[in-house]
Design a protein around this ligand. Structure first.
Ligand code: HEC
Ligand code: HEC
Length: 354
């Protein structure tokens, strides 16, 4: 009898709690709104469409920025995404290889984060095909941030600022890695660089190249000059393909081949954009070149025509490269330096908010 009574009162109590919970949820639903983020796309850039399941919102981008700079996302609470993707290096790493929290040295040079809204696959070998998916990886990688997402959410469970940020962005009081990845992806998609001198020359009749920059521009786009445009042409400075530009006779990193399993893809790497190239040293997937002079020297006389799968568009590889003389190399460099967008790397919207 006693048992039964308490059972009934428990039932009443629990239905009351459920009632309150439901009520609360209803209130929440009716009041929840996000603000669409108005992405400003530079002139001449392709159109941008966000994935259907992750539209850009002011609240999502704000949360993403906090997470991008959050050191709690690493096992020792000392490393954030920004550690290896530093603004002054066009959101890459000035070190040849980045060091993880346990002292592990990576195998590839960190990549520039810019104009990712137009990229379809990620990493030097393109092994991941969505930004949302890519973002989960460095956190869990034991050689990088070495943290579990569940531990991170434990750590911030009682952090009122994060509770609000997640709630405002996704209307959830129980956020998980999917929410975090969506938010960081939104933030990364706002990181657009399209305000270099090159852009101003294209869009503003009152701005023009110096004669030297102009000669470099012609060389970049000419078969008889630097011949760079095949791969680094177009407004984004890359054709987003995977190619072997002939760095080594016996390459060590298999690159794209390991991802596709296709023997024709061995030793190919993502063509990186030449935008903001002034800031993003060192260069190539293994960060082997410290300066643009070394890069241009390589394309002039250092190309290995016998590198396996060397790209046919490296048209002068048989003679070691495009054979630019010292003056022509300076001209080409002058043009490459017009692709620097200092407003991008100094944009206060991308800096550490903590
Ligand atoms: C320990 C250094 C390190 C940390 C920390 C790090 N990254 Fe990276 N990131 C790299 C390296 C190195 C690569 C290239 C790896 C490769 O291709 O194998 C890369 C590549 C990327 C790319 C691919 C870009 C492209 O054009 O394909 C994105 C996006 C990116 N990182 C975002 C992030 C985000 C977001 C975080 C934080 C959650 C983060 N990274 C943390 C080192 C780091
Ligand atoms: C056949 C395509 C192709 C041509 C032509 C080409 N590149 Fe590249 N470029 C690449 C690829 C692929 C990489 C990355 C290679 C790697 O890391 O293994 C690269 C890397 C670079 C980098 C390093 C970027 C970074 O973020 O590390 C610079 C700078 C560069 N190229 C400039 C040039 C210039 C200047 C020319 C003309 C003289 C040129 N490229 C011609 C395909 C090409």
């Amino acid at each position: 009898m006693f048992l039964k009574k308490s059972y009934i009162s428990l039932l009443i109590l629990s239905s009351f709690i459920i009632f309150i919970k439901c009520r609360k949820k209803e209130d929440i639903n009716s009041s929840f709104t996000t603000t669409p983020y108005n992405l400003s796309i530079p002139e001449n850039f392709p159109e941008f469409e966000a994935p259907n399941d992750n539209p850009l919102t002011v609240e999502g981008v704000k949360l993403g920025r906090h997470l991008f700079w959050e050191t709690k996302l690493s096992g020792n609470n000392l490393m954030s995404c920004g550690t290896c993707h530093s603004p002054q290096s066009a959101f890459s790493d000035a070190n040849q290889y980045s060091q993880g929290i346990n002292g592990d040295i990576g195998k590839r040079n960190s990549m520039v984060l810019q104009n990712l809204a137009w990229a379809n696959d990620f990493f030097w070998d393109g092994r991941v095909i969505s930004l949302e998916e890519q973002i989960l990886m460095p956190v869990m990688d034991s050689t990088e941030m070495d943290e579990t997402w569940s531990h991170f959410f434990e750590e911030i469970k009682y952090d009122n600022q994060y509770r609000k940020l997640f709630y405002d962005a996704f209307q959830t009081t129980e956020p998980d890695s999917t929410h975090a990845a969506k938010a960081i992806a939104q933030f990364l998609r706002t990181m657009i660089s399209g305000n270099s001198k090159y852009d101003r020359v294209l869009n503003d009749p009152s701005v023009s190249f110096t004669p030297m920059e102009n000669a470099g521009f012609d060389s970049f786009n000419s078969l008889t000059g630097g011949d760079c445009f095949h791969c680094h042409g177009g407004i984004l400075g890359t054709d987003f393909s995977y190619k072997n530009n002939g760095l080594d006779e016996n390459p060590v990193d298999t690159g794209r081949g390991l991802v596709s399993g296709n023997s024709n893809d061995y030793y190919k790497f993502k063509v990186p954009s030449i935008r903001n190239i002034e800031y993003s040293a060192p260069y190539m997937h293994d960060g082997r070149f410290q300066t643009l002079d070394q890069v241009i020297h390589f394309y002039s006389v250092g190309v290995h025509s016998n590198s396996p799968n060397v790209d046919p568009l490296m048209e002068f590889s048989q003679q070691g490269g495009v054979q630019l003389n010292p003056n022509e190399r300076e001209e080409l460099k002058a043009f490459l330096l017009t692709l620097s967008d200092s407003a991008f790397i100094n944009n206060p919207n991308f800096s550490n908010p903590h």
